[in-house]
Design a binder for this molecule. Structure first.
Ligand SMILES: Nc1ncnc2c1ncn2[C@@H]1O[C@H](COP(=O)(O)OP(=O)(O)OP(=O)(O)O)[C@@H](O)[C@H]1O
Length: 251
C-alpha cells in the first residue's frame, strides 16, 4: 500500500473503522472490512475497484443509505450512526446530494421544476442567484423549460447534477454518473463535476470503473476485498491503471 487515507481536521465527511457484514455464519460476506477515510471541502474523489470490491456498499454507508455493522460516519461532524430514522432522512435531504447512472428525473416536470424539486420538498425557497450560478456552471440555461423526454442523455444528467447541487450539499455522491453516456458526453459531464468542485466548492465522491473518468478527480482511492488500497493524488491514466492492476492481483 502506498499511502493510507488518514483523518483530516478540515474533513467534511469522515469514516472510521467502517465495517459492513451481510448475513451470518458460513454465508456471511464482509463487503466493507475496516475503512478509515476522510474527504475535504471542495475535494473531488474517485473510488475505483474490481466488481464486488465493496465500492457501492462503502458509498451507501458514507451517504447514510445503509447502516454499518461497526464504525462510524461523520458528516460535518455529525455522527450518522447516532441519528434516528427521521434525523437521518433529514440530514440526507439537506446535506447530501446524489447522482445515479439512471438520471431519475420526474418525466412530467420541466428541467427547472426537477432542479427545484428537492428544495420544494424541504419547504425551502430557491436562492435565485445560486440557481443561476448552478444553471450556468452546468450549461442548462436553454433547456430549463423542456421535459426530460425532450433532453439528450447528457442534458438529463446535467439536470440531475444541478438538482443535486442546488441544496448546497456537504457532499455530492455520484455512482457511475457517466455509465449511460457516450464517451464525449461522458467527458463533458466530468468537466461539469470538476467545475462543481472547483467553482462551486462542492465535495464530490464518485464511484467509477473508468480510469479516464478517475483522472478528473483530485484524488483516486482504490478498493479491493472491502478495504482501501492506494490513495493517488491527481494521477495520470497510467498510474490509475497500475493501481487497478494491483487491486486485481491475487494476494
Ligand atoms: N444486500 C447484500 N446482501 C449480501 N451480500 C451483498 C449485498 N450487497 C452487496 N453484497 C456483497 O458485498 C460485496 C461488495 O458488493 P458491492 O456491491 O459493494 O461491490 P462493488 O464494488 O460496488 O461492485 P460493482 O462494481 O460490481 O458494482 C459483494 O461480494 C456483494 O456480493
Amino acid at each position: 500500500m502506498s499511502s493510507t487515507p488518514t483523518e483530516r481536521r478540515d474533513a467534511v465527511l469522515q469514516a472510521s473503522g467502517l465495517v459492513r457484514r451481510y448475513g451470518a455464519g458460513g454465508a456471511a460476506v464482509t463487503a466493507v472490512a475496516g475503512v478509515d477515510v476522510s474527504f475535504r471541502e471542495a475535494e473531488f474523489t474517485a473510488i475505483m475497484g474490481p466488481s464486488g470490491s465493496g465500492k457501492s456498499t462503502l458509498m451507501n454507508l458514507l451517504a447514510g443509505l445503509d447502516t454499518p455493522t461497526s464504525g462510524r460516519v461523520l458528516v460535518e461532524g455529525r455522527d450518522l450512526t447516532r441519528l434516528d430514522d427521521r434525523g437521518l432522512t433529514r440530514l440526507r435531504r439537506e446535506r447530501i446530494g446524489f447522482v445515479f447512472q439512471s438520471f431519475n428525473l420526474v418525466p412530467t416536470l420541466t428541467a427547472e421544476q426537477n432542479v427545484l424539486l428537492p428544495l420544494r420538498l424541504a419547504g425551502r425557497r430557491p436562492d435565485r442567484a445560486h440557481l443561476e450560478e448552478v444553471v450556468r456552471t452546468l450549461r442548462i440555461g436553454d433547456r430549463l423549460r423542456h421535459r426530460p423526454a425532450e433532453l439528450s442523455g447528457g442534458q438529463q444528467q446535467r439536470v440531475a447534477i444541478a438538482r443535486a447541487l442546488l441544496t448546497r450539499p456537504a457532499v455530492l455522491f455520484a455512482d457511475e454518473p457517466t455509465g449511460a453516456l457516450d464517451v464525449t458526453t461522458g467527458r463533458e459531464l466530468l468537466e461539469h463535476l470538476r467545475a462543481a468542485s472547483t467553482e462551486l466548492g462542492r465535495t464530490i465522491v464518485m464511484v467509477t470503473h473508468d480510469p479516464i473518468a478517475a483522472t478528473y478527480a483530485d484524488r483516486v482511492l482504490t478498493m479491493s476485498d472491502g478495504v482501501l488500497r492506494d490513495a493517488l493524488e491527481r494521477p495520470t491514466t497510467q498510474e490509475v491503471l497500475a493501481a487497478m492492476t494491483r487491486t486485481e492481483r491475487p494476494c
